[in-house]
Design a protein around this ligand. Sequence first.
Ligand code: SF4
Ligand code: SF4
Length: 380
Amino acid sequence: MNKGYLGDNIPKLGFGLMRLPMIGEEIDMEQTISMVDTFMQKGFTYFDTAYVYINGKSEVAAREALVKRYPRDSFTVATKLPLWDNVETEEDMQRIFDTSMERLGVDYIDFYLLHAMDKTKFEKADAIGAWDFIFKMKEQGKIRHCGFSFHDSADVLDEALTKHPEAEFVQLQINYLDWESDNVQARKCYEVCLKHNKPIVVMEPIKGGSLASMAESAQSVLTNANPDASVASWAVRYCAGLDNIVTVLSGMSTQAQMDDNVSYMENFQPLSEEESATLNKAIDALNAIPTIPCTACRYCVDDCPQQINIPEIFKAMNGYKQFGNAAGTNKPFNQWNYNRATKDGGKASDCIQCGSCEAHCPQHINIIEELKAAAAVYEA
Ligand code: SF4
Ligand code: SF4
């Protein structure tokens, strides 16, 4: 995109404030302040929070660690308007907007987004006048730029941008593994933004932390190519090298993650041709890892006497097969998803091997054996 676009002078690493370091239920402010200081000292400027992050504590932390301690024109801050169930009127939106301003301690917001938009929320935004509201705030000088974050298909995005050309930017989930995914449609959504000439803020470049640590067969491709580069750095640099990017958000939780990110983004270089080829080999290695071919049709579920949520357990296991332990922990990847999948029904180890599920499975999955493997991983 030509110079002069929204974001051409914004450094390509943004600080996502949704996973700040915690001590119990409270944000670890000492570490947060240290991370903010490192980020600012290295010349970065973009901070991303939301009304709902950490139950509102993220916006307050941004005020204490950033707004109160740095000149207002030395950083930009983004926050978001949720269009959840309890937001139905202009008064509701005004209350949330005013609360965000107060929590942040600012008299204007640089980037204001309709949060987590999908087909249903676009319909709601039209119905309750959310677009009119945010542009009214912009006219009043309380917002610099209006956009939205997005979680739906490329077709829905195309429709939304056709209907609302006034949107100034879009926040998209992009990472190298989901680039061609049918579910996330990262490439297709990215191309829709190019078609509509909308700059893009990238979120989840590391796929919620997944791409910071992965199965050895894939990870070794990256670490052998460059033993000094973190595995996460490949994911962030991949996104930052795309055209038309405002910035790439990284939801950092530790000073160590901050130090790593700023080390390679301070003098950012896009992936070279050779590095891109290496990354493609790592993607091939990840995709070559055998996973359970469950299509989530759920034919197996109804007759299970133990009420085991088989497809959701398999979904968790497929993440584990590709990513092993969650980055920086001894916990199996997707432990939280497994716990959620088994909260209201049976655990994998509750299977009594009646075989009913296998008789229903069109994919001929050896469900009983796969559940034994899941129990060994998640119930150990
Ligand atoms: S074999 Fe196990 S998982 Fe399958 S239906 Fe029977 S109890 Fe449920
Ligand atoms: S029937 Fe087979 S493919 Fe369908 S949800 Fe169950 S395990 Fe998955």
